[in-house]
Design a protein around this ligand. Structure first.
Ligand SMILES: Cc1cc2nc3c(=O)[nH]c(=O)nc-3n(C[C@H](O)[C@H](O)[C@H](O)COP(=O)(O)OP(=O)(O)OC[C@H]3O[C@@H](n4cnc5c(N)ncnc54)[C@H](O)[C@@H]3O)c2cc1C
Length: 441
């Protein structure tokens, strides 16, 4: 029997807990400082933007569900210190009561925290980040306030873009600020983001790209955002410039430069028997062939499962990830996996791209939309490094094939005559995947 302690019970932690609880005979203690677990942050914009009826469906587990399976669950209890030599975790509950909990195996799933820049006025009221359920609830309340007529969203990554859409859907003026020249620059190349930027503009969002926020002004509550280009009156701001690994507890463990705990393919840290999973940990990128930091719920769940099996004595190596992701804004869908051309060149690859744009279905079909596909590949090895797709169609499943291709080291040439079915309801006989691959130099 092993004493397994798990710190953090959101996506990575819940996946780890459920996996551990599938093994008989272990003693699992779960610790989380929040009062809820398994909150799907990906639903925040849908809830705040009234695309779904409420937040209730955004939780898929609970402390009681884990207790029902045999775990000891300590909610609103913070892990304060880990003693790796003594193999103990010291925790403190909200009443200040402390306890020292011994472990044989430890899984750290403490996640990430929003990056909050040290700008003048950042502490003013009505400046909100969106991470926890409580943050979503506060953003929702602020948008209920009739005095809030306009909101600045800072950062046009996927969370900022989704929240700008939500603000606009609530009938408020949405101003989206981004230091880069376009939205979603970390995931997609300009050929695709140009379309997304048009959709955002057409949807009524004011785009302030190439504009860096320098200050917030106000008396108690925020009343203006100041950038290097101008000053804009607002009643609310949403901070969405990114997340950093929560490294409060992990001093002493090997880490990436941003503080993410470095793990091997078994999710084990530099300390034996201690695992790190989800947003607080590094992850192996098959696209770049290096340790990376890719904070996604999907990676959190998979890494939680891997760590739990290893902690329970079943050796299981992670296959690594491609960073597959998607976004849907005003009905325009974008999905990507692996590296964009920009990211591949930055990572030192001699990257080439092949692009194809066509209708999803034959011209005689009704309800048809254009699809854009870009495949990124390495000029030397011809290995597929990434793919990006965009359309009003639901093209989401197509990207998974590219994810597998990257994981398997498949070359662009292998995709040229790949057997892809044709049925007018779904696609064309000259499929855009085939056509893009055939167009590769
Ligand atoms: C608005 C938003 C939208 C998103 N959309 C998507 C999406 O569409 N798709 C996708 O894949 N990902 C999405 N993500 C990212 C995804 O939510 C994260 O990658 C995921 O939450 C990471 O899970 P985690 O369990 O590793 O960490 P976290 O969710 O950060 O959870 C960490 C847990 O650890 C607890 N904790 C931390 N420190 C301590 C301590 N000292 N003691 C006790 N407990 C502690 C916290 O209370 C928390 O419960 C989104 C994120 C946000 C914020």
């Amino acid at each position: 029997m092993s004493k397994i302690v798990l710190i953090g019970a959101n996506h990575a932690g819940t996946a780890a807990a459920n996996t551990v609880l599938g093994y008989p005979g272990n003693e699992l203690t779960v610790i989380d400082r929040n009062d809820n677990i398994s909150y799907l942050g990906c639903g925040t914009a849908l809830w705040v933007g009234r695309q779904i009826d409420g937040y209730e469906g955004l939780f898929y587990s609970s402390a009681d569900a884990l207790r029902g399976k045999g775990a000891r669950v300590l909610m609103e209890t913070e892990a304060k210190n880990i003693d790796y030599k003594a193999k103990t975790v010291t925790v403190s509950d909200k009443g200040g009561k402390t306890e020292v909990i011994p472990f044989d195996k430890l899984i750290i799933a403490t996640g990430s925290v929003p990056i909050i820049p040290k700008l003048p006025g950042i502490g003013l009221e009505n400046i909100q980040s969106v991470k926890l359920f409580q943050d979503g609830r506060r953003a929702n309340e602020l948008l209920d306030d009739p005095n809030v007529k306009s909101a600045a969203v800072i950062g046009a990554g996927y969370i900022g873009v989704e929240l700008a859409e939500a603000v606009q859907r609530r009938g408020k003026r949405a101003l989206l600020f981004e230091a880069e020249s376009r939205s979603l620059a970390s995931y997609y190349d300009k050929w695709l983001t140009d379309d997304m930027d048009s959709k955002l503009r057409d949807g009524g969002i004011e785009l302030h790209f190439n504009e860096r926020v320098a200050e917030f002004k106000g008396d108690k509550k925020v009343s203006a955002v100041v950038t290097d280009k101008g000053e804009y009156p607002i009643e609310m701001a949403i901070m969405a410039i990114g997340f950093r690994p929560n490294s409060e507890l992990t001093a002493g463990l090997d880490a990436l430069p941003n503080g993410a705990v470095k793990v091997n393919r078994f999710q084990e840290t530099s300390e034996r028997g201690v695992y790190a999973v989800g947003d607080c940990a590094s992850i192996w990128s098959n696209a770049s062939g290096a340790d990376a930091y890719i904070a996604l719920a999907t990676n959190a769940v998979r890494s939680g499962i891997v760590a739990a099996h290893n902690a329970c004595g079943t050796e299981l190596a992670s296959p690594g990830v491609q960073g597959s992701n998607g976004i849907s804004i005003f009905g325009y869908n974008m999905v990507s996996t692996g590296l964009s051309e920009t990211a591949a060149k930055k990572a030192g690859f001699d990257a080439l791209v092949t692009d194809f744009e066509d209708w999803q279905k034959p011209g005689f079909m009704k309800d048809n939309h254009k699809v854009k596909l870009r495949i990124v590949y390495d000029a030397k090895t011809r290995r597929v490094l990434g793919a990006q797709m965009a359309s009003h169609e639901n093209i989401s499943m197509g990207i998974h094939m590219f994810s597998l291709a990257i994981e398997g080291g498949v070359t662009i040439d292998k995709l040229k005559l790949l057997d892809i079915f044709f049925l007018p309801h779904f696609n064309q006989p000259y499929n855009y995947i085939t056509m893009a691959a055939l167009g590769a130099k």
